[in-house]
Each structure stands twice: as C-alpha cells, then as structure tokens.
Ligand binder design. Structure first.
Ligand code: COA
Length: 152
C-alpha cells in the first residue's frame, strides 16, 4: 500500500467526493457533491492545509484522509483537524485507516502542531483505539458526536 497526495490521483476525486458526501451529509447538509468535488480538485498543494491523502495499491483507491485547519464551526478555536477518514468498504479491517491517520499525524507534527483534533460519532470508538481521547461531546443533527484530541 502507498499513501500519496490527491493531486497525483485526481482520477479518483469523483469516487472520493461521493464517499464523503454520503458519509457526512448529516453533519454538512448544505454541502453538495459538486462542491465537495470542486474542493478536492482545488486541493493540489502538498504543504498548506487543507491536505488530502489517498491510500492505494494495485487494486485502486483504498481510502482517504485529510488535514484541515478548520472542520467544526462550533469549535473554531481548535486546529488542525484530521478530517474525512473514509476507507472503501471492500478494504476495511486491513489497517488502511491506521496507516492514513499515522501519516496525517506526522504531517501535523512536522508542521509544529502539538495536538490534532477529529470528530466522530461517539459510539464508534475507532479513534480511541489509536490513542485519541474524547475532549467533549456535542449534538449534531441529533447524533452524539465526540470531539477527539491526540497529543502529537
Ligand atoms: C472507521 C474506518 C475509518 C476504519 O477503517 P479501517 O481501515 O477498516 O480500520 P483499520 O483496519 O485501520 O483498523 C484500525 C483499528 O480500528 C478498529 N476498527 C476498525 N473499524 C472499527 C469500527 N467500525 N468500530 C470499532 N473499531 C474499529 C480496528 O479493529 C483496529 O484496531 P486494532 O488495531 O486494535 O485492531 C472505516 O470503517 C470507515 O471508513 N468508516 C466510515 C467513515 C468513518 O466512520 N470514518 C471515521 C470518522 S472520520
């Protein structure tokens, strides 16, 4: 498996945009599929946030994760964010998210940030397994969402 910047694999942007739209439309109902695609096509530099990575191998695109300066309007003081971690359902349970998250953590750490934030439905517990802790719980569209933090 390799991890690359999305600018080298723009051909996968439509599928990645669809994943993001389907998974997080509850949290960002105003964001259309077209706007997500446009945002990803605009994400072509490798050092300034937002940065989007893709995991891939000979099977194609396995998953994606991003590093963003802002993700949750309700907590504008927190930065930066591990955002939009999504693994192709066919390739889950193979350590792909672990690899992507480690790479995003490295980018944030190298940029000098002491902490990284993320949000996730509170019931999932995926991030906690990777050393993240819940900072606070908020309600988004009737769901309990955990705001998580990782010390880098
Ligand atoms: C959650 C998700 C990112 C996990 O991706 P994945 O590549 O299957 O995860 P990995 O194989 O790297 O597993 C990493 C760890 O999380 C655990 N894990 C994976 N999916 C899990 C789930 N749904 N619930 C609880 N733990 C889970 C694994 O057991 C593993 O722990 P371990 O190292 O102790 O064995 C993936 O299911 C997904 O894309 N879901 C939809 C989008 C989403 O919820 N994103 C996360 C919030 S931004």
């Amino acid at each position: 498996m390799q991890i690359s910047h999305i600018k080298y694999f723009q051909v996968w942007i439509p599928i990645i945009a669809k994943w993001i739209h389907e998974e997080w439309s509850y949290a960002f109902p105003a964001l259309t599929l077209t706007e997500i695609q446009r945002g990803l096509f605009g994400r072509m530099n490798e050092t300034e946030m937002p940065i989007t990575l893709v995991a891939h191998d000979e099977r194609g695109v396995l998953g994606t994760a991003s590093l963003k300066a802002k993700d949750m309007d309700s907590v504008p003081e927190l930065t930066p964010w591990l955002s939009a971690v999504y693994i192709n359902p066919e390739y889950r349970g193979q350590g792909v998210s672990k690899a992507l998250i480690a790479e995003i953590e490295k980018l944030a750490s190298v940029a000098g940030y002491p902490k990284l934030y993320a949000f996730n439905p509170i019931s999932q517990g995926v991030f906690e397994k990777m050393g993240w802790r819940v900072l606070e719980t908020i309600q988004v569209a009737g769901r309990n969402i955990g705001i998580l933090v990782k010390d880098l």
